[in-house]
Design a protein around this ligand. Structure first.
Ligand code: DQQ
Length: 582
């Protein structure tokens, strides 16, 4: 027997012993930590009647209550698994357990009972986020953060009780937990969200754990020969001053070219690595692309990229705690992200639910090597029906052209705009570094030169309510700069909502291409938009009062002095999945 097979047979038998002796106790207890605010008056207010008006139709949601981070997505023996942070007792954060659903197509989901709930000294005050690793002998292991009675954050593991159950419904927490406790060099209340582990060619397993030291964000690296005994590497794999706590780190390889994904652990000359972190301070995420050097346990981002809060984001809107996995069935890397509500705590309590997962997105490296591209998984297209087409339509200054024949509150729309001339582009001020500062003052209603043009989503007939998703082109010294906005400021007549104007720049050579594309997935209270084939993505959560169900409209608009052309627009009404956790 080779050393590797001996190791896995020892590991399998160790796990088997634990599986045999551990019983799974299903009591949910609060997960509380300083930066995770709790609402004692709300957190256990179970509801029977759920307000349906703004519920999504084809996004991932449980029937009621609060959800946050996607956890441990994986494909295992023909089944996709999604776990997620869930409050089984109410519509605000608290009482957190790992809810669990399974699917064979990433669109229809079957709910199972919670997989991991607080029950043991090492997770009695919370079962927080984590990841799945499928070992080379095809045993899946979940790594997750547990909070003990002192609220110290520990890295634990859980294994399936019955590996031949196709749904892996029952999970066991072996008695040798925790696998990793913070030593004196680690901030014990800022030490969480283990990544998928990977096996290096040197025979060491590695995983990352998010952390901080004062204001420095850190991804600690832990190493193990047997997956059970872990030691902290001499230094973090990467860290960055002034970024605060790094939650939910995600570290994965991408091929230098092509759209396929790679499993973790793959390295080589034609491979680049991506480190994504979720910033607790700003509640935004950023990522860098760079090189991973396993021999020195370092990840070094390309210095041409911003490594900090102003860096590239997988999504410039309401999107957090994202996590990717490699899908061996289709050779894709797929990213899930959580889109929190933008309404008030009381609204969530009243409607009885809060939080959705965005449509999973395929992720790959843009041919420029300078950024990622993200695109809704093609399975979502199975829900399309009743296609509507608009072609070769000029849209002049101040015009709104309605896209009729589509259920505008629940649709998928793809449009390609051509721009005949850039002559009228407004000047770009080099001081404008933060795209988001531009979208509110330069909203859809503010006339420009080339743009604003785009879609008015979830619009009322009188346009009093609408969420415009649009581009605006500026002329800088040597190039043109394209701004993309998803502007919720007029999305609802309701007062007291958070109505941000989200924005990102789009890295396209608009002068050479003379066209730009936009896709929006519109689903009652969410608009997920993808500019230029997924170079810039923005998700907005919105709560129209008039543009609801059959009263919602979809328009193409232009408020720039330069006319733009709809080269081609395809829109589809979207079916509900047959099963969405019901
Ligand atoms: N949510 C989890 C934490 C994670 C945070 C707790 C990110 O593990 O850091 O619900 O949203």
């Amino acid at each position: 027997m080779s050393t590797a097979s001996k190791f896995y047979s020892v590991l399998t038998s160790t796990l088997f012993c634990y599986l045999a002796v551990i019983t799974f106790i299903g009591t949910a207890i609060n997960g509380v930590e300083a930066s995770h605010r709790i609402y004692p008056q709300f957190q256990s207010l179970s509801v029977d009647i759920v307000d349906q008006i703004h519920r999504t139709a084809y996004h991932f949601q449980p029937p009621k209550h609060w959800i946050n981070d996607p956890n441990a997505p994986m494909y295992y023996n023909g089944v996709y698994h999604l776990f997620y942070q869930y409050n089984p007792k109410g519509a605000v954060w608290g009482n957190i357990v790992w809810a669990h659903s399974v699917s064979t197509d990433l669109i229809n989901w079957i709910p199972l009972k919670p997989a991991i709930v607080p029950s043991e000294p090492f997770d009695i005050k919370g079962c927080w986020s984590g990841s799945a690793t499928v070992l080379p002998n095809n045993i899946p292991i979940i790594l997750y953060t547990g909070l003990d009675s002192n609220e110290t954050q520990l890295q634990n593991y859980a294994v399936p009780a019955n590996i031949s159950d196709p749904h892996l419904e029952n999970w066991i927490k072996p008695a040798n937990n925790p696998l990793v406790a913070p030593d004196h060099t680690v901030n014990r209340t800022a030490f969480r969200d283990p990544t998928t582990a990977w096996l290096g060619s040197d025979g060491w397993w590695r995983m990352l754990v998010g952390s901080k030291n004062k204001r420095r964000g850190i991804a600690h690296l832990y190493k193990s020969k047997d997956f059970m005994n872990w030691v902290k590497a001499k230094h973090p794999i990467h860290s960055r001053p002034d970024t605060g706590m790094w939650e939910c780190p995600d570290f994965f390889p991408v091929p230098k070219s092509g759209e396929n994904g790679l499993d973790v652990g793959i390295t080589g000359r034609d491979v680049r690595h991506v480190l994504k972190v979720s910033l607790d301070l700003t509640r935004y995420e950023y990522y860098t692309i760079g090189r991973y050097y396993p021999e020195i346990d370092r990840y070094i981002p390309y210095d041409t990229l911003v490594d900090g809060w102003a860096g590239l984001r997988p999504d410039y809107g309401n999107f957090y705690a994202s996590k990717s996995f490699f899908d061996p069935k289709t050779n894709r890397r797929i990213l899930w992200g959580w889109a929190n509500e933008s309404d008030s705590r009381q609204d969530d309590v009243d409607k009885g639910w809060a939080g959705i997962q965005t449509i999973p997105r395929k992720v790959w490296l843009d041919p420029s090597g300078k950024q990622l591209r993200l695109w809704p998984v093609e399975e979502v297209e199975k829900l399309r029906k009743d296609p509507v087409l608009m072609e070769n339509t000029a849209v002049e200054l101040g015009q709104h052209v309605e896209v009729t024949g589509v259920t505008a509150a629940q649709c998928d729309v793809e449009v390609s705009f051509t721009i005949p001339s850039l002559e009228k582009a407004e000047p770009f001020d080099p001081e404008w570094v933060n795209a988001q500062d531009l979208c509110a003052p330069m909203g859809a209603k503010k006339q420009g030169g080339v743009g604003p043009f785009g879609l008015l989503t979830l619009a009322s007939e009188d346009l009093e309510e609408a969420t415009p998703v649009f581009f605006r082109v500026f002329k800088a010294d040597t190039k043109y700069v394209v701004l993309m906005c998803s502007d919720a400021s007029s999305s609802s007549l309701k007062e007291g909502l958070y109505k941000p104007s989200f924005a990102g720049f789009v890295n396209v050579d608009i002068e050479a291409e003379k066209r730009i594309s936009l896709r929006s997935l519109i689903d009652h209270s969410v608009v997920e938009s993808f500019g230029a084939g997924g170079k810039t993505c923005i998700t907005s959560r919105v709560y129209p009062t008039k543009a609801v169900d059959g009263e919602a409209h979809l328009f193409v608009f232009n408020n720039g002095t330069e006319a733009v052309h709809v080269e081609k627009l395809s829109a589809w009404s979207m079916n509900r999945p047959l099963r969405m956790n019901n």
